[in-house]
Design a protein around this ligand. Structure first.
Ligand SMILES: *[C@@H]1O[C@H](CO)[C@@H](O)[C@H](O)[C@H]1NC(C)=O
Ligand SMILES: *[C@@H]1O[C@H](CO)[C@@H](O)[C@H](O)[C@H]1NC(C)=O
Ligand SMILES: *[C@@H]1O[C@H](CO)[C@@H](O)[C@H](O)[C@H]1NC(C)=O
Ligand SMILES: *[C@@H]1O[C@H](CO)[C@@H](O)[C@H](O)[C@H]1NC(C)=O
Length: 193
C-alpha cells in the first residue's frame, strides 16, 4: 500500500519550479524508456545537434554581447541565444537535412536564466523587454529502471502577451509536444546519445 502511494505521488509529481502565473502558458510532459537523465541532459545541452532531432528548435546559437558565436555551444547562465524555430513544428522525424517551412519560421533572441545540473533543470527566455516576458523551463526526472520524464513549460506575461496568445498559443503548444516526441524518438531510438 505504501509502495503504491509512493509510485502514485511520483507519477503526479513535477520537477518544474513553481513560478508566478502569467497570461498564458504552454507545457509538455512525456515519459521516455531505456534511457537516463544524463542522456536527456546531454541532448538538451548540445545545441549544435538540435537539428538532428528537434522539430521545433532548428537552430540555437549561444552568442556573446556582440552576437558573435561562442566557442561553447552549451547552456551557460547569462549568455544570449539566437534561436530559429518552427511554430507549428515540422513533422517528425527530422534530421539536419530537413528544410524549414518558411511560413512557420520564427526567430528569437533569448537569455539563459538558469542552468541547474543538480536539479536537472534548464531555463531561458525572451531577452528582457518591457512588453513581453516569457521564460521556458525544461526539467528531467529519474523514474527508475531506465525510465525518465521530460517536462517543459513556458509562461508568457506582459502587455503583448494577450495580443500574441490568439495566434501563438495553439501552434506553440504543438511545437512543445513535438519537441518532447522528438526527444523520445532520439533517446529510445538509440540516437547519438
Ligand atoms: C498555465 O495555464 C494553466 C491553464 O490555463 C493554468 O491553470 C496554470 O496556472 C498556468 N501556469 C502558470 C505558471 O502560469
Ligand atoms: C526498452 O527495452 C526493452 C528491453 O529491451 C524492450 O522490451 C522495450 O520495448 C524497450 N522500450 C522502448 C520504448 O523502446
Ligand atoms: C543581437 O541580435 C539580436 C537579435 O537579432 C538583436 O536584438 C540585438 O540588438 C543584437 N545585439 C547587438 C549588440 O547587435
Ligand atoms: C540573464 O540571466 C542571468 C541569469 O539569471 C541574469 O543574471 C541576467 O541579469 C540576465 N540578463 C539580462 C540582460 O537580463
Amino acid at each position: 500500500m505504501l509502495l503504491f502511494l509512493g509510485v502514485t505521488s511520483l507519477a503526479q509529481s513535477t520537477n518544474l519550479p513553481d513560478v508566478a502565473p502569467g497570461v498564458f502558458n504552454v507545457t509538455a510532459r512525456i515519459e521516455i524508456e531505456n534511457t537516463s537523465v544524463e542522456a536527456a541532459w546531454n541532448a538538451l545541452s548540445d545545441f549544435p545537434k538540435y537539428p538532428n532531432w528537434n522539430p521545433f528548435v532548428r537552430s540555437q546559437i549561444a552568442v556573446d554581447a556582440s552576437n558573435i558565436s561562442l566557442p561553447t555551444q552549451r547552456p551557460v547562465e547569462n549568455t544570449q541565444l539566437i534561436i530559429r524555430c518552427q511554430i507549428p513544428p515540422l513533422p517528425l522525424p527530422v534530421s539536419k537535412y530537413t528544410l524549414d517551412n518558411p511560413l512557420a519560421t520564427q526567430f528569437s533572441y533569448e537569455n539563459v536564466t538558469h542552468v541547474q545540473p543538480e536539479l536537472r533543470r534548464l531555463a531561458w527566455g525572451a531577452y528582457p523587454n518591457p512588453l513581453i516576458m516569457a521564460e521556458r523551463w525544461q526539467a528531467l526526472t529519474d523514474l527508475g529502471n531506465g525510465k525518465i520524464r521530460y517536462e517543459s513549460r513556458e509562461v508568457f506575461s506582459g502587455p503583448l502577451a494577450p495580443v500574441l496568445q490568439p495566434t501563438m498559443q495553439a501552434n506553440l503548444q504543438k511545437s512543445f509536444d513535438a519537441q518532447a516526441q522528438g526527444l523520445k524518438l532520439l533517446l529510445e531510438g538509440g540516437g547519438a546519445y
